[in-house]
Design a protein around this ligand. Structure first.
Ligand SMILES: Nc1ncnc2c1ncn2[C@@H]1O[C@H](COP(=O)(O)OP(=O)(O)OP(=O)(O)O)[C@@H](O)[C@H]1O
Ligand SMILES: [Mg+2]
Length: 232
């Protein structure tokens, strides 16, 4: 098989945070290429900058220096509308602590990304399609019988599957998952990993952050973040 096309490319990423008068340098020149169909694990100690890196790749934060490009398009040169489209449609983001809305049930949480960026009228027209897609995602995540549950009525593993389902709602080209197994016991964590492996086998490109070497070993590529730089 030939080399797959690069979809995401990071070049020379630097990021520092100001804490009072101190400046903490988190990323000090990170280069990274993600190819179509990749299943890559980013590993590193707590505080090494894994979440920071993933947020920058997903267009949720900006680097101080360096560029991220998707399909050859530099995120920093995108207009607000295009960047929003990138965040909402090209990328699916699974956050470190689920970030589900407790007031909404499972189905509504999964539907959320389809409602964002649509006008009321547009939503009215497309909601049947969106509901069909949401039902498909819930089925895929084994959550069909949990659609009316609220997040607080779910187990940790189920919540994480809702979060993954929500990230998949808009059929993103790239799935970014921050510690998807982090808050789960090892059996439940393995279940989530199996879900990600199945998605990847079906062609989904995935970048997953983890601090667990055994989890990382299951991905086909391991990228280590240490001292603000990447080792592969
Ligand atoms: N908004 C912020 N303001 C100040 N410092 C921050 C901010 N976000 C992150 N940091 C600091 O940057 C460093 C990297 O944080 P980050 O969350 O990226 O680490 P991580 O590798 O994801 O850690 P963990 O494995 O614990 O999730 C940490 O020292 C953190 O305290
Ligand atoms: Mg983190």
């Amino acid at each position: 098989m030939g080399k797959q096309a690069a979809i995401l490319k990071a070049d020379g990423l630097h990021k520092a945070y100001r804490m009072g008068t101190a400046r903490v340098k988190v990323l000090k020149g990170v280069d990274l290429t993600v190819r179509e169909g990749d299943f890559a694990a980013v590993i590193g100690a707590s505080g090494s900058g894994k979440s920071t890196l993933l947020h920058i790749l997903g267009g949720l934060d900006r680097p101080d220096e360096g560029t991220v490009s998707f399909d050859g398009r530099d995120l920093s040169r995108m207009r607000a509308r295009e960047l929003n489209r990138y965040r909402n449609e090209m990328v699916g983001f699974v956050f470190q602590f689920y970030h589900l809305l407790d007031e909404l049930n499972v189905l509504e949480n999964v539907l959320l990304p389809a409602m964002v960026s649509r006008s009321i009228a547009g939503w009215f027209m497309s909601r049947r399609v969106a509901r069909r897609r949401a039902a498909e995602v819930l089925e895929q995540m084994g959550l069909s019988d949990r659609a009316r549950h609220k997040p607080y009525q779910l187990s940790g593993g189920e919540r994480q599957r809702v979060a993954i389902g929500r990230a998949l709602m808009n059929e993103p080209r790239l799935l970014l998952a921050d510690e998807p197994t982090g808050n789960l016991d090892s059996t439940t964590g393995n279940g989530i990993l199996a879900v990600l492996e199945r998605l990847n086998q079906a062609g989904q490109t995935i970048v997953m952050v983890t601090h667990d070497e055994r989890i990382a070993a299951r991905a086909e590529r391991t990228i280590t973040l240490a001292d603000g730089k990447i080792r592969e």
